[in-house]
Design a protein around this ligand. Structure first.
Ligand code: TYD
Length: 356
């Protein structure tokens, strides 16, 4: 099988490649990425020597580039991770989200439709999406595959649009697609603009830990390895045209997450818990901040026998250890662009040195 994996220099895409490339030596994997700010070549460094892996730089927002790469690779399976994904950036500058998430998905679908023609057997287009397309929950309930779309942010609106495109290309043109909508991922190789790596790296560096509002918002945490296992199953055994919600039964308030990170960092570094907790700062809330996300993953558990292997506690401890042990990766992520982002978004306080 020939796999074309988009966005493989990003967080989930690179973890997916780490899972599949070594375990499927008879298959070939082409990682297509446009190398945006969030792409990190270090995330796939250890795959560079694998005979069944190669990297191609291409921008999905450019139709000709997509057609060329799809024509050259002739994939049997496309796994589409590439997307702009940070809600706060989408609030400050939505345009790149439309280009990457909407136009990029459209160009990829069209290139695949052209290449596959009437072929329906042995081909699959898997689209990786988010639970944010469903909007916000109150204190009760969980999103299932029938929950109506109700996105809040420019980011989630563009992911919703891309999901609709993928479904339409199935219904109208018969492309064998599957879609997964997952809850918040965490684990190794995540860009530090996101809550977990931001808090871990700042906690370790003695920098402020910026909690939006009161930290009462709830996210449903899913270890990236569990998510990648789910995607592998869907690609192999999922029903064309079907959507699967993937969640780790890991609901926590943001304060619970930050407290757990402070504890883990204190323990791993030998610092006192009080000194790490002293770095917490309550800052201006995000506009349109969704209160709560929670996934009902019963369809994928029942139909594909998937279940998460990581408990939140073990996953978080392992994740904290990964960031503390991988200085070179962390240093490559905290580049000039990242400093510019944190300055713009959080103000100078974020880039201060030791606070305690
Ligand atoms: P994030 O990792 O950006 O994921 P998403 O917005 O897609 O859920 O944020 C997770 C939660 O953490 C969300 O409720 C916003 C909050 N948050 C903070 O409190 N402070 C921060 O600096 C960031 C980046 C997020």
């Amino acid at each position: 099988m020939r796999y074309l994996v988009t966005g493989g220099l990003g967080f989930i895409g690179s973890n997916f490649l780490h899972r599949l490339v070594p375990s499927r030596p008879g298959d070939s994997f082409v990682n297509v990425d446009c190398c945006s700010y969030a792409a990190n070549p270090k995330s796939v460094e250890s795959l560079e020597g694998c005979a069944n892996y190669r990297f191609v730089r291409a921008d999905l927002a450019e139709a000709a580039e997509v057609r060329e790469v799809v024509g050259a690779v002739e994939p049997d399976v496309v796994v589409h991770f590439a997307a702009e994904s940070h809600v706060d950036r989408s609030i400050r500058g939505p345009e790149s989200f439309l280009k990457s998430n909407v136009v990029g998905t459209f160009n990829l679908l069209e290139a695949v439709r052209e290449r596959w023609g009437a072929r329906r057997d042995g081909v699959r287009f898997h689209h990786v999406s988010t639970d944010e397309v469903f909007g916000s929950l109150g204190a009760e309930g969980a999103f299932n595959e029938e929950t109506p779309y109700d996105p809040s942010s420019p980011y989630s609106a563009t992911k919703a649009a891309s999901d609709h495109l993928v479904r339409a290309w199935h219904r109208t043109f018969g492309i064998p697609v599957t879609i997964s909508n997952c809850s918040n991922n965490y684990g190794p190789r995540q860009h530090p603009e996101k809550l977990m790596p931001l808090m871990i790296m700042n906690a370790a560096a003695g920098k402020p830990l910026p909690v939006y509002g009161q930290g009462a918002n709830v996210r449903d945490w899913l270890h990236v390895e569990d998510h990648c296992a789910a995607i592998e199953l869907i690609v192999d055994k999922g029903t064309p045209g079907q959507t699967y919600n993937v969640g780790g039964h890991g609901e926590r308030t943001n304060m619970q997450v930050v407290d757990a990170i402070c504890e883990a960092v204190a323990k791993e570094t030998g610092r006192s818990l009080a000194s790490v907790r002293d770095q917490i700062r309550f800052v201006q809330d995000r506009p349109g901040h969704d209160f709560r996300y929670a996934i009902d993953p019963r369809r994928i558990e029942r139909e594909l026998q998937w279940s998460p292997r990581w408990s939140f506690e073990d996953g978080l401890r392992d994740t904290v250890r990964w960031y503390l042990a991988n200085d070179a990766w962390c240093a490559s992520a905290v580049n000039e662009e990242y400093h510019a982002w944190t300055q713009t978004h959080y103000g100078t306080s974020q880039t201060e040195g030791q606070t305690s």
